[in-house]
Design a protein around this ligand. Structure first.
Ligand SMILES: Cc1ncc(COP(=O)(O)O)c(C=O)c1O
Length: 365
């Protein structure tokens, strides 16, 4: 996904989902909302099997991948537009509508793309419970596209009041419900892909549940007329052969998707526990329905100081203010082998920031 860490890339070996690492000579990259789930095996095999064809443009491949995707989701092929990740999907929608409405705290990718395209943006401020306020849509232009992730990044939660989607569909020219994190939620909601509305698009990402963030592929799903309209601006073979083979292979492996999502849920619980151990740093720790957990940093420490201190120990996390969530850090979930490393770094940060002195004696351990 997009880079949100402002500090330069320190030297070192990044440790990702499957790699183990010793404490001192490694980087632990928890600053993107990546998943510990490795790519589905059939996706890898399919890429390997077709690598010798990379001298050709992906003729016919896109159609094959689209059909496979549609079939796997119980859709018609003309309801599906494969895109080069959420960024291309966002661009196509924004260029069609000409204006963006989104929420804050929210996914920075939407407003960053709008900024890059010089598209006016309205950000609706969520309330203290991270929910939409009363009549939240009224200050936004009806012409705009409303893009929102459910579950939302960075709050990691969904909107409780189910009427928000009807309100959005009544108000906005296009509504995009981004279901990137749907399958990793503790209790996944029903997908919007089955809902019939002329101005509704659902974004399905393959980055998290299929472990395919690196190939940059996703899908916009909606009524055939809207999908065709959006597709008009897509550039020549926007999704490359490797990505298309990856999705075809992954779709043959869908049985493993449920297990991968379950693994994210298991790891999420462990990561929450680790943050809770660092009482000197956080006033509150929250689990989410996404591939990250959240910690609210003690005011007297400051998020920037903690993020910087963690980075000096090789652990990158995200300052929530980049996503409209000041006061919090977002910590991505890597695999279980990184947990000890993270805990050790949090302990070091407590000492370096003199955080333990603010913890009551009864809380120390
Ligand atoms: C809200 C949201 N949408 C989409 C994505 C991922 O999109 P892509 O499928 O392009 O990797 C992310 C990843 O961080 C996200 O947080």
């Amino acid at each position: 996904m997009l880079t949100i860490s402002k500090d330069p890339e320190p030297n070192g070996r990044p440790i990702g989902s499957a790699s183990r690492a010793s404490f001192d000579d490694t980087l632990l990259l928890l600053d993107y909302a990546e998943t510990a789930v490795p790519p589905l095996p059939k996706a890898i095999r399919r890429i390997q099997d077709h690598a010798h064809e990379l001298n050709r443009y992906p003729r016919g491949l896109r159609e094959e991948a689209t059909r496979a995707f549609a079939q796997a989701h119980g859709l018609e092929a003309d309801q599906v537009l494969l895109t080069s990740g959420v960024d291309e999907a966002t661009d196509l929608v924004l260029l069609e509508a000409g204006m963006l409405t989104c929420v804050t705290p929210g996914f920075f990718g939407y407003w960053e793309r709008a900024k890059a395209l010089n598209i006016p943006t309205t950000r609706v401020q969520l309330n203290a419970a991270w929910q939409l306020p009363e009549r939240w849509y009224e200050d936004a232009s009806r012409e705009s596209a409303f893009l929102v992730a459910q579950p939302n990044n960075p709050t990691g939660s969904r909107f409780d009041d189910a009427t928000w989607l009807d309100q959005a569909l009544d108000w906005f020219s296009i509504v995009v419900v981004d279901e990137t994190y749907r399958l990793v939620a503790d209790e996944p909601a029903e997908s919007c892909t089955n809902r019939r509305a002329d101005n509704l698009l659902t974004f399905v990402s393959l980055s998290k549940s299929y472990g395919l963030a690196g190939v940059r592929i996703g899908a916009l799903i909606g009524r055939a007329e809207l999908v065709a309209r959006i597709a008009q601006r897509q550039r020549f073979h926007a999704v490359d052969s490797i990505s298309l083979h990856a999705v075809i292979g992954a779709l043959e492996d869908v049985d493993n998707v449920a297990a991968a999502s379950e693994e994210v849920r298991r790891l999420r619980r462990l990561y929450v526990d680790v943050l809770k151990e660092a009482r000197g740093l956080f006033t509150e720790v929250r689990t989410t329905d996404c591939t990250f957990v959240l910690g609210r940093v003690h005011d007297h420490l400051g998020v920037e100081r903690l993020v910087t201190e963690m980075a000096t120990h090789g652990v990158r996390v995200t300052d929530g203010s980049l996503l409209g969530l000041p006061g919090w850090i977002r910590v991505g979930i890597a695999d279980a082998s990184a947990i000890e490393h993270l805990l050790a770094v949090l302990r070091r940060c407590e000492l370096a920031l003199d955080a333990t002195s603010h913890v009551g004696a009864s809380q120390r351990r």
